[in-house]
Design a protein. Structure first.
Length: 398
């Protein structure tokens, strides 16, 4: 199979997505440099696919799993063409877990990243529930050296707008309990393997990126208004809307804004490309087989992965509306929605501190230190690119 070390992706189609006859979404090039390791991504979803893409570019061999589904054959084909050795993971029929190909890839892996949330029937991490012994066997065989688990900052629950760091109390209640158990299981690999496997947990803030951002929410709302014949109160151009949003000063505390009957409800978020950057930064600190790697650059076991600017969701929506030349009809809360996530936002308020993330990233910092940097890049069609305007020297809140 051809190796891919540089991938070109259509901005409107996620990496590895099978779209009928059109699955050639990238361009193969010759392999460069020595192989850094073999990564197995358990869960090639929105984040997992982007980690796979960048890991290929950074010199890793990549394998990974997708859920058993009707379109699985097409998705497997697209991933194989992209250079990812893809397999299925059965969580829906017989709970048989990984296919034979997947088990072989897992046992050969030097790095494992788990992106799948606990499932109700298992009430714990599904990979360790079904294949924990295979993970330990990979460590005993000398191959596995790093394990990462993508968790969520929702484990902190409500902190009344205060800053939370990795040592803060987890107030997420029963809903967060399976996540915390999964974190503990993954972190325990370090001790169970005598320190051979460096285990890391990444608690992700609200994830956004191309195809999954406030811009999409605003666009869908505008399309709904157009379909139903309703209209916004007044036209706004993209230029003056963005300028108006940019002119708003950032809130300075969690108290109620002047003249507002309700306290500000902060939401922390992170661009998907910065999640990838954090994961790869940790992966790269683990040296080749037989070498300990650099623990100095990766000193912590748990990392909050969030940008520098927790911001009320209404402010983000106003800025997105300005970029698109739309008016947010119905007031600041019109686009809040009524799903479980929206209801949680209405009862939880915290600001996630990313100081440890800044230590991990070092001088490279965040690509998108605020929602404005991220939305600007997505709107311009260059969300995967790097620019000096969209970088933060440190991932520390100010």
């Amino acid at each position: 199979m051809a190796r891919f070390d540089a991938l070109i992706i259509r901005p409107d189609v996620p990496f590895g997505q099978f779209t009928g006859q059109h699955c050639y979404l990238w361009v193969p090039r010759g392999s460069k440099g020595p192989m850094k390791g073999r990564l197995f991504v358990f869960g090639l979803g929105y984040v997992g696919l982007r980690v796979a893409e960048q890991a290929l570019c950074h010199g890793y061999e990549v394998a990974g799993s997708i859920r058993v589904s009707a379109d699985a054959p097409g998705r497997l084909q697209a991933l194989e063409l992209a250079g990812v050795q893809a397999c299925t993971f059965d969580l829906d029929e017989s709970y048989s877990g990984l296919s034979a190909l997947g088990l072989e890839s897992l046992r050969r892996a030097t790095h494992v990243l788990a992106t799948v949330a606990p499932v109700a029937d298992l009430d714990r991490d599904p990979l360790l529930a079904l294949h924990g012994e295979d993970v330990l066997a990979a460590a005993a065989g000398g191959s596995l050296r790093w394990a990462g688990y993508l968790s969520t900052t929702s484990v902190y629950g409500d902190h009344d707008g205060a800053w939370v760091d990795e040592t803060s109390e987890a107030r997420g209640g029963p809903r967060a309990a399976p996540r915390l158990r999964a974190e503990e299981e993954w972190l325990a690999l370090d001790g169970r393997t005598g320190g051979q496997v460096r285990s890391r947990v990444f608690r992700l803030a609200g994830i956004y990126g191309p195809g999954r951002s406030a811009l999409n929410t605003v666009s869908k709302a505008a399309a709904t208004r157009a379909a139903t014949g309703s209209s916004a109160d007044a036209p706004v151009t993209a230029a003056n809307g963005a300028a108006a949003a940019a002119a708003q000063p950032p809130p300075s505390s969690g108290d109620a804004a002047a003249g507002s009957p309700e306290p500000l409800r902060y939401v922390s978020r992170v661009h998907v490309d910065d999640i990838v950057r954090a994961v790869l930064a940790s992966m790269d600190t683990v040296g080749p087989a037989g070498c300990a790697g650099s623990a100095v650059r990766d000193p912590h076991r748990v990392y909050n992965v969030a940008d520098d600017a927790p911001t009320p969701r209404a402010e983000v929506m106003r800025y997105a509306s300005g970029l698109l030349g739309q008016v947010e009809e119905g007031g600041p809360g019109a686009l809040e929605g009524n799903d479980a996530r929206a209801r949680r936002r209405a009862t939880e308020c915290k600001r996630v501190c990313n100081r440890r993330l800044g230590e991990l990233l070092g001088d490279q910092g965040l690509l998108y230190p605020t929602y404005r940097h991220g939305l600007d890049a997505i709107h311009a069609g260059g969300a995967s690119g790097e620019s000096s305007a969209g970088r933060s020297p440190r991932g520390t809140p100010t």
